[in-house]
Design a protein around this ligand. Structure first.
Ligand code: 0A1
Ligand code: ZN
Length: 866
């Protein structure tokens, strides 16, 4: 018998360097599904072609299915073997037709990979390696096939039958069944295969492409949700027009369908012509979705749509190239969102997200380059690094090339690689060829993990007319990469005069390529203040010698909104780190800077709302040698109180002004900005300790005509100890008890609460009747949110660690992919004191030793222990 521990201790590792082209291609495939939730029969007909000069058998990946029959060229054969779950077929010729029949059980599929049931409907998820759970196939992205799909199903239960491409025929069958056929003319890898069968209503729209073709759009949801699909449909049309205008990319099929499902491991999936979405990224109306949700829906709809070119028409050669499609597509969706409203606020949000999830990943045990060298389980590599750092790297390329050359480069890339499976190198080479700019050193970004640290010090002698900027870069070691090379860092820089606030050196983009460089500025007539990494032009950690006064100055005068925000954040951060470490902290300077920002009538309310918020507890922790969660919490709360109290009148004025937005919910950048400022103001009023704060929040909660206001009031109430807190939680629960997405908010708000009893509350909520581990959104809403509540999770008695480990072990049995993604907080043990670190390690060790652990979880937990 196979010893479990030994097999776990030697997991199979896939290496990028070992890539070889596929032995067999499959240019055509026909699939016939007899759909049924308990037992679905899948007949697959593969037209296979032997690659160059080899005698190797055909190897078809398979998983969790029962093989019923195999035919070669129409004849049943039995000379096949199974190597593990891989079907191995000896073949003599250069081209054959292979037919297999298998049975699968969608309703028992709790992993949500392959064909599974959600809310009584059937749907698929094949990226990255889910297709092998549907039928035997070379499940790798460089095998591209034309798909012909036939589905039959009980008509009453599954009246709607959808697949990739265009519908070609449909009809009735005996016994209450019906059938439909779909054909996708574009060759695609199997990870883009999709089908959906179920009882669904559709919100239809249409889009006329730049060459005048009419595309029928459809958003499919359960009938009761149809009124919540308009925002997604609008976002789809806007995305289609944007990709034509900005990248010259036109949609290529006659139909584009999106289906929303409640049970989904990620956000959404770009299957060709049939996107499948987590319903949280489709459904919105003012009563149930926040502005944040509206924004996220538009961003994810755009993201999946943009994949039609960056991902589908040009796909990835192997999964090590994942960032080729993901980094580029995130870059594209971020630019799209920036164009829909305030670009500055969007940049602030994106950088905040990067620092919250990617920087810690780059600094921890799971650090990996955007093009990794090896993996045990590819699902573990759908990370903030691949997606968000990947997007930053594309952004730097765009900065270095400039708008026109970058566009010429992407045109060349799409043109050269259309219909093929490409590599990151192909992308960079296209940009290089189109622009004539040498990107040799830049390529290091693809292979080197870790966030570079840049130090910048500006020297100026009064009366000299000169200033010298000394820049140095260093990337700390990451697991498996001890020595780091200097990277290409495009740094947008400007100097302001400290006296006049005038420009003393206009903005320029410096390409820092060496470990250390000096830049001289002439004509500097007054003491200069450095504005650096404007717009966050490079994903680096900047350490400058700017004083608190310099930061306050930039916070008031910098003309780059991101840099202005950043200066305020740095001022707050320095103050909070000092306070948390019991050092002298000039909190008055922060209060003054916040007051100035709040009073600046030239600023957009949306920007003000972001700029006056204190950095998160975890970001403060990231600046400390040893994270002290209690001290950070106390320092941050104290500063919030001071800002709240000192500026109480200003917060009330800002609250009242933002309130006066007229009647009815409008989703516009202006209205969103006011709602955001209103909620930030409410938070500070409550932080001030004002006696009417709970009443004010409760009044907002009750009067709200939209979820943004209601949720922000609830969040404020949940942080305090008023009677209104319990009342609001009950009212909220009862009002939305039939809406899963809103109940997720109810769980999250409590798991993220800055309260002494949050850990106990979460333990209790785990037993709540509405809690379940089988729905990924619900699991993330409670367990995921708790894991990022720095103070509650890191409770000194280790209860938070235990709670998370227990839940992860339970969830791993149901849905390994979702479980493995939630482990990151336990992997931060090196950042904490020895007592906490020891307890975290003990929980990781317990997870690793769990019998029957998935390879997803084994990889994450064992690497986290190192
Ligand atoms: N390609 C999708 C992400 C995705 C990856 C894996 C999935 O399987 C569980 C689902 C979705 C995207 O970038 O949106
Ligand atoms: Zn994507």
């Amino acid at each position: 018998m196979l010893d479990l521990q030994t097999s776990l201790a030697q997991p199979h590792v896939t290496r990028r360097a070992e890539y070889t082209p596929p032995d067999w291609q499959v240019p055509e495939i026909a699939l016939d599904f007899a759909l049924d939730a308990a037992a679905t029969r899948v007949k697959a007909t593969l037209h296979v072609q032997r690659g160059d000069l080899h005698q190797r058998p055909l190897r078809l990946d398979g998983a969790s299915q029962t093989l019923l029959s195999v035919k070669v060229d129409g004849v049943a054969v039995n000379d096949w073997t199974l190597d593990g779950e891989t079907l191995v077929l000896p073949l003599s010729g250069s081209a054959h037709v292979i037919e297999t029949e298998v049975e699968i059980a969608p309703e028992r599929n709790t992993q949500l990979m392959g064909l599974y049931a959600s809310g009584g409907n059937l749907c698929t998820q094949c990226e990255a390696e889910g297709f092998r759970r549907i039928t035997y196939f070379p499940d790798r992205p460089d095998v591209l096939s034309r798909y012909h799909v036939r589905m039959s199903a009980d008509k009453a239960r599954y009246p709607v039958l959808l697949a990739n491409g265009d519908p070609i025929a449909a009809g009735e069958l005996e016994g209450g069944r019906h059938w439909a056929e779909w054909r996708d003319p574009f060759p695609k890898p199997c990870y883009l295969f999709a089908l959906v069968a179920g009882e669904l209503a559709v919100n239809r729209g249409s889009f006329v492409t730049m060459s005048g073709r009419e595309v029928e759009l459809g958003i499919w949801v359960r009938a009761a949700d149809i009124d919540r699909t308009h925002h997604a449909l609008d976002a789809l049309k806007t995305s289609m027009a944007w990709d034509e205008r900005v990248y010259g990319r036109e949609y290529d099929l006659d139909v584009f369908n999106i289906v929303a499902v409640d049970d989904f491991n990620f956000g959404a999936m770009e299957n060709k012509g049939l996107n499948v979405f987590n319903s949280r990224y489709i459904l919105a109306d003012p009563d149930t979705a926040t502005d944040y949700d509206y924004d996220a829906i538009a961003a994810v709809v755009a993201h999946e749509y943009f994949h039609n070119w960056s991902g589908n028409r040009v796909t990835c050669r192997d999964w090590f190239q994942l960032s080729l499609k993901e980094g580029f597509t995130v870059y594209r969706d971020q630019a799209f969102s920036a164009d829909q409203g305030s670009a500055a606020v969007k940049r602030i949000e994106d950088v905040r997200g990067l620092r919250a999830s990617q920087f810690p990943e780059d600094a921890g045990p799971l650090a990996h380059p955007i093009r990794p060298d090896e993996y045990q389980e590819i699902s573990n590599f759908y990370t903030a690094t691949i997606y968000n750092k990947g997007a930053e790297i594309i952004g730097m390329l765009a900065t270095i090339l400039g708008r026109e050359k970058f566009r010429a480069g992407t045109d060349l890339y799409f043109d050269r690689f259309d219909g093929t499976a490409a590599t990151c190198e192909d992308f960079v080479a296209s940009l290089e060829d189109a622009s004539g700019i040498d990107l040799t050193q830049f390529r290091r970004w693809y292979g080197q993990a870790g966030t570079p640290r840049v130090t910048a010090s500006l020297h100026h002698t009064e009366g000299s007319g000169r200033a010298e900027l000394v820049l140095a870069q260093r990337t700390p070691p990451t697991p498996g990469q001890e020595h780091k090379l200097p990277l290409v860092l495009p740094l947008r820089i400007k100097l302001f005069g400290a006296e006049t606030a005038q420009t003393v050196a206009p903005e320029q983009t410096i390409l820092l390529t060496d470990a250390e460089e000096r830049i001289v500025f002439e004509g500097v007539t007054e003491r200069p203040v450095l504005s650096i990494n404007r717009g966050f032009s490079a994903p680096a950690i900047l350490e400058t010698d700017r004083t608190a006064a310099d930061l306050a100055f930039l916070g008031a005068h910098d003309d780059d909104p991101f840099a202005r925000y950043e200066a305020l954040q740095q001022l707050m951060l320095d103050t909070l780190v000092a306070a948390a470490g019991n050092n002298r902290a000039d909190t008055a300077a922060v209060v003054k800077a916040v007051a100035g920002t709040l009073a600046d009538a030239t600023l957009d309310p949306a920007f003000i709302a972001e700029a006056v918020l204190l950095p998160s507890e975890s970001f403060i922790g990231d600046q400390m040698a040893v994270v002290d969660p209690e001290a950070i919490f106390r320092a941050r709360e104290a500063l919030r109180r001071e800002i709240g109290r000192t500026l109480e009148a200003d917060w009330r004025a800002a609250y009242d002004e933002s309130q006066a937005t007229g009647s009815g919910y409008v989703y516009s950048p202006e209205a969103k900005g006011l709602r955001r400022l209103k909620s930030v103001a409410l938070g500070y009023i409550a932080a001030s300790g004002a006696s009417d704060a709970a009443a004010l929040a409760f009044a907002q909660f009750e009067a709200a005509d939209n979820m943004t206001d209601r949720q922000s009031a609830l969040t404020t109430l949940v942080a305090g100890d008023s009677a209104e807190r319990i009342a609001a939680l009950d009212i909220f629960y009862n009002r939305y008890s039939d809406n899963a997405l809103v109940l997720d908010k109810w769980f999250s708000v409590q798991a993220m609460a800055p309260r002494d009893d949050t850990g106990a509350m979460v333990a209790e909520l785990l037993r709540h009747r509405a809690f379940t581990l089988t729905n990924p959104n619900r699991a993330r809403a409670l367990i995921g949110a708790f894991g990022v509540n720095q103070r509650a999770f890191n409770a000194v008695d280790g209860s938070g660690y235990r709670l998370l480990a227990e839940q992860l072990i339970a969830l791993d049995r149901i849905n390994p992919q979702t479980a493995a993604k939630l482990i990151a907080p336990l992997g931060r043990w090196q950042r904490y004191d020895a007592a906490r670190g020891g307890m975290m390690r003990a929980e990781l060790a317990r997870i690793v030793k769990t019998p029957g652990l998935s390879k997803d979880m084994f990889e994450q937990a064992s690497k986290s222990l190192d």
